[in-house]
Design a protein around this ligand. Structure first.
Ligand SMILES: NC(=O)c1ccc[n+]([C@@H]2O[C@H](COP(=O)([O-])OP(=O)(O)OC[C@H]3O[C@@H](n4cnc5c(N)ncnc54)[C@H](OP(=O)(O)O)[C@@H]3O)[C@@H](O)[C@H]2O)c1
Length: 349
């Protein structure tokens, strides 16, 4: 089968196999993974979405280290191709999605049946490849950790990115007043079109004045929940507009800078700071991932959430997907898609 292999850590925006510096190699004869237990399932992958974490993983800068060689990838969707003897939830031909620490930039994946979620009728199979991690993170953080309520003010940093856009959409479903922060007029217009109540354009200046002006017009005191996948300077600015008793969701550090939140200010302002790491949930609270994925897929089937696919690439173009992430071009998700079986010759498997 075809698979994108990280052969050494480095910059994944360098085209695979193009030079000695390229960390990625495109294998056309990677072994198809075998079923690993009677309850395992092999999935023919239709699509896999690129998360920022995978970019960091290949660079060697992610919190969980992977030793090369490994097949790249995390969120994916596809069709069940074979099942172990004790599998009860799925049969060959079922549409599923899931997430993994590595391995989805390939034509096949093997997973335990509890790790897979059925993709209901009415959901686009390619779009479903963005659900488990990107949308799961924002759902868990907003719904379970901060218990976001109707009428509360939610401030989303990095709002046009994968987890940020998910937070904007989920925030609106919860009935929150959503303030989105992004850079550039294209992203601003897009965020308004998906229902953000106010958008701060970082290319026109900072967060504080823009958010305060909006809050004044709505007669609101401040922000109740801060969703922060960016860190650095924008976090520091955002703290200035938080309400008494606000909640801060620490999601990630796309800026490359881990922010410092002064404990003395948190004390005086009665803030709650939530660290959130989706990657722990499968091992420590697997039921939570199942519940959130099912809920999100049902929202998708009802049209309550829509995955905005910025661009879909083929596996051999994966470096372009990494470049889009690195260059902050992506609005929503960037995907890798695979041909349907009828277009795949057996020699390529
Ligand atoms: N805690 C968890 O469980 C969890 C789960 C998923 C993701 N994350 C983390 O969340 C962060 C975002 O992930 P993602 O997949 O949503 O990434 P993404 O799609 O690339 O979005 C990141 C956003 O951050 C903004 N940004 C600001 N400064 C940036 C910089 N210096 N470089 C790149 N982007 C910058 C960009 O928006 P503008 O250009 O508009 O400013 C971009 O839209 C990452 O740090 C990731 O590791 C954490």
């Amino acid at each position: 089968m075809e698979a994108l292999v990280c052969r050494k850590l480095g910059d994944p925006t360098i085209p695979p196999d193009s030079s000695q510096d390229s960390p990625l190699t495109l294998s056309k004869s990677y072994p198809i993974p075998k079923l690993t237990s009677p309850t395992s399932v092999r999935v023919r992958i239709k699509a896999t979405s690129l998360n920022y974490a995978t970019y960091l993983q290949v660079l060697g800068k992610y919190q969980e280290k992977s030793d090369p060689p490994f097949v790249v990838g995390s969120d994916y969707s596809g069709v069940v191709e074979s099942v172990g003897s004790d599998v009860t939830k799925f049969k060959v031909g079922d549409r599923v999605c899931s997430s993994t620490g590595e391995g989805s930039f390939a034509q096949f994946m093997v997973a335990e049946e509890y790790q897979l979620f059925g993709v209901p009728e009415g959901c686009d199979l390619v779009a479903a490849a963005a659900i488990p991690l990107a949308y799961g993170t924002s759902y868990q953080a907003l719904v379970h950790r901060s218990n976001l309520k109707s009428g509360q003010v939610l401030l989303v940093l990095g709002a046009s990115g994968g987890v940020g856009l998910a937070a904007v959409q989920i925030g609106k479903i919860c009935g929150a007043i959503v303030i989105a922060v992004a850079r550039g007029s294209e992203k601003v217009e897009f965020l308004k079109s998906v229902g953000a109540d106010h958008v701060v354009d970082l290319s026109n200046g900072g967060i504080i004045e823009s958010v305060r002006a909006f809050l004044r017009t709505k007669k609101l005191k401040g922000v109740d929940v801060l969703y922060d996948p960016v860190g650095g300077k924008v976090t520091k600015e955002s703290l200035k507009v938080l309400n008494w008793s606000a909640q801060i969701l620490i999601i990630g550090f796309a800026s490359g800078e881990v922010p410092l939140i002064p404990a003395n200010i948190a004390l005086v302002k009665n803030w709650t700071i939530h660290g959130f790491y989706w990657g722990n949930y499968e091992a420590l609270k697997p039921g939570v991932i199942e519940e959130s994925s099912k809920e999100l897929l049902s929202w998708m089937a009802k049209g309550l959430i829509t995955i905005h696919i910025h661009h879909s690439y083929k596996l051999q173009e994966a470096h372009l997907a990494f470049s889009d992430i690195k260059d902050r071009k992506v609005i929503g998700k960037v995907m890798i898609t695979f041909d349907d079986p009828k277009n795949i010759t057996s020699s390529r498997l």
